[in-house]
Structure formats: structure tokens, C-alpha cells
Design a protein around this ligand. Structure first.
Ligand code: BGC
Length: 894
């Protein structure tokens, strides 16, 4: 082994992020940056007693490393800047950690804390933050709420959404103001006529009767001395599901008329505090939102608008009294995550007019989100905006691939179709408040003649606004397009919980989410969403350990599709968060749940094999035995549990679950593996790749099974023959075991069945079915075949976390320089900063450009059967591996 710490690169490392522009870390100087609390930048309204603080070091020099840190926390920013931490001062801690858990004086509610980290490095370097960071506490406990839960007195089936308002006077100048609003349903908050903030569909969906979410808004700039008014519009969301579909959300146990509780806490310049609260002194009226369904669409009658309803001067004498209502649950917690937003505006690329009263708009790409229309017309004109992913040959929008689980009781709630009734006064604008859809096309029909232009309609790509942290670029444009489409499908399915598709279901399908976890974590900073979703898991778990197939759920999914091949999310997701972030909190929070889950499977599968599960969902053609795949997931869960037990020092559990995982492995191999031939079951792609990928194959047979897999794939014409479970394993099982070239052939394939086949046929998202002309299971925006988005990083870029030093403290760098690809470039902004791996073939050599972020390290490996020697500058290695220190490295393989 050779340890090389090479020259530093003075050049600034730029991470190109997808969709939202460029994040540049100007690193001409050294210091600490990206200071975060609970993985958010300067969050407001956090509720945890011991928040996690993280940071990165900026230093491009070779071997840059933190040798000690000191964290200071206090309520006076100047004092913190000057090195005084009245609430917490860790003192100088000799450590390279960049994650600490707050252990200072107990945090008070409604308080802004400032913090900074001072780090030391090698050779007497010091790293100071560029800015003092902050976090602000919210309620910090149920007892601090002052408002009442209120609603109007309407029935759950009443369709129009309610407005609420209250006018009040502020006698003095204000210093700051915060609105805390907890809601069963969805809301929009207005102050003095202005909508507060840019979040959409707040609060995120939870199991409302077990955990209800509140949001904190800084509303200082919305208020003024004198007369003020606050307005709230409530939507149904998943709380009051009025549309009827096969999952019975209209029968959810929590279902009720939307309800809210609000505290507006105002601090005046003289230091006094006044809290305006929701209560009997509010008034209510029905709004122009005459129908809203998270699942189908929204209907709006502009003739019912009440201009100025949310301003102080509005005459509300005709408005009705509000009613006290029960809180949805006794557990009201802060929404500490990246919110849903209208992230990207997408103009229509074309408009057609199939007949005189119909216009069809094409966004040119498939998205999750909403459309906004601007239109003029006579009062009472009814516009219907039908959103879909496909067109019929006659140019009209086709919903048949996405509406077949919908069970409407009449024709008043058409699928994915907004209905707008014009008020007839100049240009009118409409965009739904409380719904989103999956679509590329919008068909607008009008009851009376209207004139529309291409510019009349705009699309908005909505999703949880998680920062993009990864980027790939290669010499193969189809490969790059698959990556982009994968990310589009991933984001289209991230709405505070991961979903299967943004149109037909919007369900938190567990299986789809664990398949896509690594794709998510390489490409986006998604920890906040997953921590929230695993809390949903804990809320939904039965005392016996069973989880439902969709989470959250109104009750559906405890009976079907919830075997280990789907609901292993409870183990796989916390484990991956640990691998990617080096943070074991989620794993610790879920430890007992994983244990209960594994114990349950053991109770129904005492011999080590389980048939509980769906199996390789939507396969190309071959179906593998459910018992094989489900037992592999059972094995994986037991193994994760054993590793977690070891991590948390639970020796008894560690021994017990290590033995259990060995027993399951043996049972799988005894029944399915032919040790002579190295073939599992009938030797199908899924049957060979799933045991290989999840580490079930006995060591001595790994290469034999991998060779069989490579042969199988070749016999299948280098085309896929897998479903959801096989797709997770196939590329990795090949590239991890000496067949990266074969994996690449499959990944870059452009004929059916393959990812490329979708792309060359115009896909901008991933599909649910390998067959484009399938009659069912053909949503055009599914993430369940999305593992390829992670494989690029793992196999072509070669960037892999090391479980022994998680969070990319140490990582493996093993790029596969595959046949048929000239160049590949990947960057991934992990917890220590940007990792870059880029390679280019030049004749018989390969030039690699590698960046290891400060305070981390990696082990470089290469395909030694292809390239005997790796050289860095004048130093050459023919060994097994090279250790690379932080900094930039140019490597030549020959
Ligand atoms: C969903 C899938 C899901 C499956 C499980 C489908 O309807 O769209 O993505 O995993 O059901 O049965």
C-alpha cells in the first residue's frame, strides 16, 4: 500500500447542481462553512432539545484535516462572534468530528441562538466560519401553545374551502413577529393581503391523529404598527379526502373538516410580547375554492372572490362565527424539513387547437405540480383543465394510464381536471392552492369562446425542495438523459414523503422508496424528508411489528403488499442515512422498531425462509420466487439490526441477530443455491443478482455466481429481465464482481427493455413498466426502477461510502472505466464537501481527476486486470490500493 497525499488544487471547486443553478463555494480562503442545525441552514421553529450541529471545512491544501473544534452557542450574536458561548462552550475538543449534538443549557422556546465553530487543522491552521450561524426554537412543548383549535361548523362532505380572518391593532412598533400554525389539512396564511412565504402544500402529510405538524413563519415584514389583519385559507389535503379511490382515504380514521391552531407572537421594540391567537374572536366564510382534493384537482369560482378578505379594512359582518374543535392529535411537532415549493417554472413549448373550444398545451417534459392559466372571458365561462401524461392520436389528453384506481361516485370530480369559472373582469389567473398532479399536457376546454396563446399556460414543477448535491456528465448523451430523467422521477415523488407516482396514487409506497434511497442520497440532500418519513413509520407500526405497505395510511396496506420486500424501509432507510451522513440518530430512533419488525418475521418464518411479499414487481418477463427475494430482505434486515446493535453496544442483540442472519442466509442457500453450478433457482437475472448484491452468496462462490449472471445477461442480449427488486441489484451485482463492462452494456442499452429505450422514445421521467405500450401499470412517472441513478456514482464514478467510517469520512473510490464510454465526470457534495471523480480515456491510458474533501480520506482502487499501474505524478503503484488524502489528485492508469 502506498500513501500519497498529493498537490493541492488552488482552483475553486464548483459543484454544478441540477435545476436550481450553481452553488459555488469560493474557497480562496480557508475556514468552516455550511454550518447547519438539524441539517437546515439557520432554521426557525426547531423543537428538539438536543439539536445536531454540522459544518464543513474549506481548505484545498493537501491532507487538510480538522484536529480540534470548539463550538460556541449563545443568544448574543456579538458575544458568540467574540468567542463567548453563554449557553454552550465545548472548549477545545481534539477531534475530527464535524457533527456534534447540543449539550448546553436547556434551550428555551421562542429563542434565537447563535452559534459558530472554531476548528484547528494541521500545521497550526485555524478555521473560522465566514458567518455566525443561527437556529431558533419554536414551541418546545405542547404547553406553550396559547391558541384554540378552530374551524367552521361544516360537515366533512361540504366542498368549499373555508376562509378565516381576524383584524387586530398593533399599538407599538414591532421588532419581530413569528406565526406558529398547526393544521389538520392544508393552509395558506395571509397577513395584510399578502400570502406568507413560498411554501406549498404545508403542512406535510402525516398520520394526523398520531402526529400533527406546525410551521413557523417569520412574519415581521408583513406587519405594521396600526391596523392589521390575518387570514387563513384551509384546504383538505389528506386530512379530509373527499375523492373516492381504491385505498379508501375517504374513510381514514382521522378524517374531519380542516382545522387549525395559530399563535402569532409579536415582540415589540420595547421588548414586550403580545400573542394574537386563534379563538372565538375569528370569523369565517366560504372561499371561491369551491372544491379541493389533493388527489384529483381543484375547482375555483372567481365570481365568489371577496377582494380584501385578508386585509384590515374588510367588512366582515356577513361572516360567521368559528367553532372550537378538537386537536387532530396531542402530539404537535415542528416541520423541520425542506418544504414543498413551486421549484421550477416551465413554459409550454407548444399549443395545439384540436377544435374550436379546446386547446392542448405541451410542457415538453413530464412533471409533478400544477399549471397556472391566465385568461380573459365572459363571467360564468367554465374552463376545464385536464392534466395528463399522454395524448390520444387525435391530440386530446389521455388519462387512461393514470385514472384506473379512481372510483368517482359521479362526474363532479373529474380526475386531474381543474375547473375554473371566470368572473369576467379583465385578465384572470388561476393556479390550484391545495392540489398537485402528474402531467406533461394540459387540455383546456371552455364553455364559451376564449382565445389562448402558448404563453397563457405555465407549468410549475413542485416537490420537496431538497438541495441538489450531485451531478454527472458523460460522453454518452443517453446516459446523461437517463440520469436527468431519474432525478425528475425522484423529485416528482418527493412531497414530504416519498411516493410511487404523482398522479394515479401519490401513495408512500415503501418498496419504491427503499429501492430509490441511494439514488436519492447521492443526488439530493434528503435527510430531513427521510427522518420525517421514518417517524411516520413509527407512528404506523403495529405493536406486533407489522408495517403497512403505504405510509402514511388511512388503514389500507396492513393486509397486502407489506412483506419485507416492501416494508424493509424501516431498516434499509435508517441504515443508508447512517452510511451517507455518518449520523446514527435515525437508526437509534428506529432501533426498537426494526427489532420488533425482524422479530415478527421470525415468528412467522421460524425456519429462516419467508414467502411474505410481492416479489419482483412489474418484471420484464420472468418471475422469480417470492420466497427467495423476500427472504433476502429478511436477511438484510436482520443483518442491519445486528450491525446497529453492535454500533449501540447492545452485545446480546448483536450476537442474537448475527446468528439469525446467518441462519437465514444458510436457509436461502440450502434451498435455492446449486453449489455445483453456482446457480440460484432457475438462474434468472433477479435470482442471481439479488443474492449477490445483498451478500447472501457464500464467499467461495461469488465469482462463479457472478459469471453465471454475466452469461445470463449476455444470453438475454444484454437486456434487462428484472422487475423492481432485480433492478436494485442487477447493475451493482455485475459491476461489483468484475463485470462492469456488462453492466454498462445493460445500462446504456437503447432497445427494449432498457432505461435507454424509454429515453429514445421521448421519456423525461422514468416509467412504471419496461413496455411503453403496456395496458396497465404504466404510470409515466415512477421512481421504482431508479437505482441506476445511484449506480452511476457507485460504479462509473466509483464513489462509495465506507460503513466503517460513514458519512464519507473515509470512502472507497473505485471507478470502472468501461468499454464503450470515453469520459465520465461525477461530483457529489457529501458531509465533508465535494468529492469529484472524473475520467477520460486517452489512447491506451486513462486520466483521472479526483478530489477528496478536507477532513476526509479515500482508498483508491482500479481494475487491475485492465491497467497494471496507477501513477500519481512520478509515483507509480502496482499494488492493490492507494490511500488518497484530502486534496486534488491527477492519476494516470496504464
Ligand atoms: C404502485 C407501485 C407499488 C405497487 C405495489 C403499485 O400500484 O404504483 O409502485 O410498489 O403498487 O404493489
Amino acid at each position: 500500500m502506498l500513501f500519497i497525499s498529493h498537490f493541492s488544487c488552488r482552483a475553486i471547486l464548483t459543484i454544478l447542481t441540477m435545476g436550481c443553478g450553481i452553488a459555488v463555494h469560493a474557497q480562496s480562503d480557508i475556514g468552516s462553512y455550511d454550518l447547519r442545525c438539524e441539517y437546515l441552514v439557520n432554521p426557525m421553529g426547531i423543537d428538539v432539545e438536543a439539536p445536531r450541529l454540522t459544518w464543513k471545512i474549506s481548505d484545498t491544501s493537501q491532507g487538510a484535516k480538522q484536529t480540534a473544534y470548539r463550538v460556541l452557542v449563545g443568544t448574543d450574536s456579538m458575544a458568540v462572534a467574540q468567542g463567548k458561548g453563554e449557553n454552550w462552550d465545548t472548549g477545545e475538543v481534539p477531534s475530527d468530528a464535524n457533527l456534534v449534538v447540543y449539550k448546553g443549557t436547556p434551550l428555551k422556546p421562542f429563542t434565537r441562538y447563535f452559534w459558530k465553530v472554531e476548528s484547528k487543522g494541521v500545521e497550526g491552521k485555524t478555521y473560522q466560519p465566514r458567518e455566525i450561524a443561527a437556529f431558533e426554537t419554536g414551541m418546545m412543548g405542547m404547553e406553550n401553545w396559547q391558541g384554540a383549535w378552530i374551524s367552521d361548523n361544516s360537515d366533512v362532505d361540504l366542498k368549499p374551502a373555508p376562509y378565516f380572518r381576524k383584524a387586530f391593532e398593533m399599538p407599538k412598533k414591532i421588532k419581530s413577529a413569528r406565526a406558529y400554525i398547526a393544521v389538520g389539512g392544508l393552509y395558506e396564511l395571509y397577513i395584510n393581503g399578502e400570502k406568507v412565504g413560498n411554501h406549498r402544500l404545508d403542512p406535510v402529510y402525516t398520520r394526523y391523529d398520531r402526529r400533527t405538524i406546525y410551521i413557523t413563519h417569520d412574519v415581521t415584514s408583513y406587519l405594521a404598527e396600526g391596523n392589521n389583519a390575518i387570514g387563513v385559507l384551509l384546504g383538505n389535503g389528506w386530512y379530509n379526502h373527499q375523492s373516492t379511490a381504491v385505498w379508501n382515504f375517504h374513510k381514514a380514521p382521522w378524517r374531519n373538516r380542516p382545522v387549525f391552531c395559530l399563535d402569532l407572537r409579536i415582540t415589540y421594540e420595547d421588548g414586550t410580547v403580545k400573542t394574537i391567537t386563534s379563538g372565538k374572536d375569528w370569523k369565517t366564510s366560504l372561499s371561491p375554492v369551491i372544491f379541493n382534493s389533493i388527489y384529483t384537482a381543484e375547482h375555483y369560482d372567481a365570481r365568489l372572490e371577496q377582494p380584501g378578505w385578508n386585509t384590515a379594512g374588510f367588512a366582515d359582518s356577513a361572516w360567521k362565527e368559528v367553532y372550537y374543535r378538537s386537536a387532530p392529535s396531542r402530539h404537535i411537532v415542528a416541520q423541520a424539513m425542506h418544504p414543498i415549493r413551486n421549484v421550477l417554472e416551465i413554459p409550454a413549448i407548444s399549443m395545439s387547437k384540436p377544435n374550436d373550444s379546446t386547446y392542448v398545451f405541451d410542457l415538453g417534459r413530464n412533471i409533478s405540480g400544477v399549471s397556472r392559466i391566465r385568461v380573459r372571458g365572459e363571467a360564468g365561462t367554465v374552463l376545464r383543465l385536464k392534466h395528463g401524461e399522454r395524448l390520444y392520436d387525435n391530440g386530446h389528453v389521455d388519462l387512461s394510464n393514470i385514472d384506473y384506481h379512481y372510483r368517482p361516485t359521479d362526474d363532479s370530480d373529474p380526475f386531474q381536471t381543474d375547473i375554473l369559472i371566470l368572473k369576467g373582469q379583465g385578465e384572470e389567473e388561476f393556479m390550484p392552492h391545495f392540489n398537485y398532479k402528474g402531467f406533461q399536457y394540459v387540455e383546456v376546454t371552455s364553455s364559451k369562446p376564449i382565445t389562448l396563446a402558448k404563453e397563457s399556460l405555465t407549468g410549475y414543477f413542485m416537490h420537496s425542495d431538497v438541495p441538489a448535491i450531485g451531478k454527472i456528465a458523460s460522453s454518452n448523451p443517453v446516459l446523461d438523459k437517463i440520469w436527468w430523467a431519474t432525478n425528475n422521477a425522484y423529485l416528482s415523488n418527493l412531497f414530504g414523503y416519498p411516493t410511487d407516482c404523482p398522479q394515479r396514487e401519490k401513495n408512500g409506497w415503501t418498496g419504491d422508496a427503499h429501492i430509490a434511497i441511494e439514488t436519492g442520497l447521492y443526488n439530493f440532500d434528503g435527510i430531513t424528508v427521510y427522518e420525517k418519513w421514518l417517524a411516520d413509520h413509527r407512528d404506523e407500526q403495529q405493536p406486533n411489528g407489522v408495517l403497512p405497505a403505504i405510509i402514511p395510511t388511512g388503514g389500507w396496506g396492513y393486509e397486502w403488499a407489506n412483506g419485507p420486500d416492501w416494508t424493509s424501509t424501516i431498516a434499509i432507510i435508517p441504515w443508508n442515512i447512517y452510511r451517507f451522513y455518518g449520523d446514527s440518530k435515525l437508526l437509534a430512533d428506529c432501533y426498537d422498531n426494526i427489532k420488533r419488525y425482524v422479530d415478527y418475521i421470525e415468528s412467522i418464518s421460524p425456519e429462516g425462509l419467508t414467502t411474505w411479499g410481492l416479489g419482483d414487481w412489474v418484471p420484464v418477463k420472468s418471475k422469480s420466487p417470492v420466497e427467495l427475494t423476500s427472504s433476502v430482505y429478511y436477511y438484510t434486515d436482520a443483518l442491519i439490526l445486528a450491525k446497529a446493535a453492535k454500533l449501540f453496544g447492545k452485545q446480546g442483540d448483536y450476537e442474537k441477530y448475527t446468528a439469525l442472519s446467518a441462519k437465514i442466509k444458510d436457509a436461502i442457500n440450502a434451498k435455492y443455491l446449486n453449489r455445483e453450478t453456482g446457480i440460484y433457482s432457475k438462474g434468472l437475472q433477479t435470482e442471481l443478482s439479488v443474492p449477490l448484491y445483498w451478500g447472501v452468496v457464500p464467499d467461495e462462490l461469488v465469482s462463479k455466481v457472478a459469471t453465471n449472471l454475466a452469461k445470463r445477461v449476455e444470453a438475454d442480449g444484454f437486456h434487462l429481465d428484472v422487475g423492481l427488486l432485480g433492478t436494485k441489484a442487477i447493475l451493482n451485482a455485475l459491476s461489483e464482481n468484475g463485470y462492469a463492462d456488462v453492466a454498462y452494456k445493460v445500462a446504456a442499452q437503447e432497445t427494449y427493455p432498457s432505461w435507454g429505450w424509454w429515453i429514445v422514445n421521448g421519456a423525461t421521467t422514468l416509467y412504471e413498466n419496461w413496455r411503453i405500450d403496456a395496458k396497465r401499470d404504466i404510470s409515466l412517472n415512477h421512481i421504482m426502477f431508479g437505482e441506476i441513478g445511484a449506480w452511476y456514482y457507485k460504479a462509473l464514478g466509483g464513489i462509495q461510502p465506507d460503513e466503517a467510517q460513514p458519512g464519507f469520512k473515509h470512502f472507497i473510490l473505485e471507478p470502472h472505466i468501461v468499454e464503450g464510454l470515453e469520459q465520465f465526470d461525477v461530483s457529489f457534495n457529501g458531509p465533508y464537501g465535494a468529492i469529484r471523480s472524473s475520467w477520460q480515456k486517452t489512447g491506451k491510458r486513462v486520466k483521472l481527476s479526483v478530489t477528496v474533501p478536507p477532513n476526509s480520506q479515500c482508498t483508491f482502487r482500479w481494475d487491475r486486470d485492465k491497467w497494471a499501474k496507477a501513477s500519481i505524478g512520478k509515483q507509480a503503484s502496482q499494488g492493490e490500493t492507494i490511500e488518497l488524502a484530502a486534496g486534488h489528485h491527477e492519476i494516470v492508469l496504464q
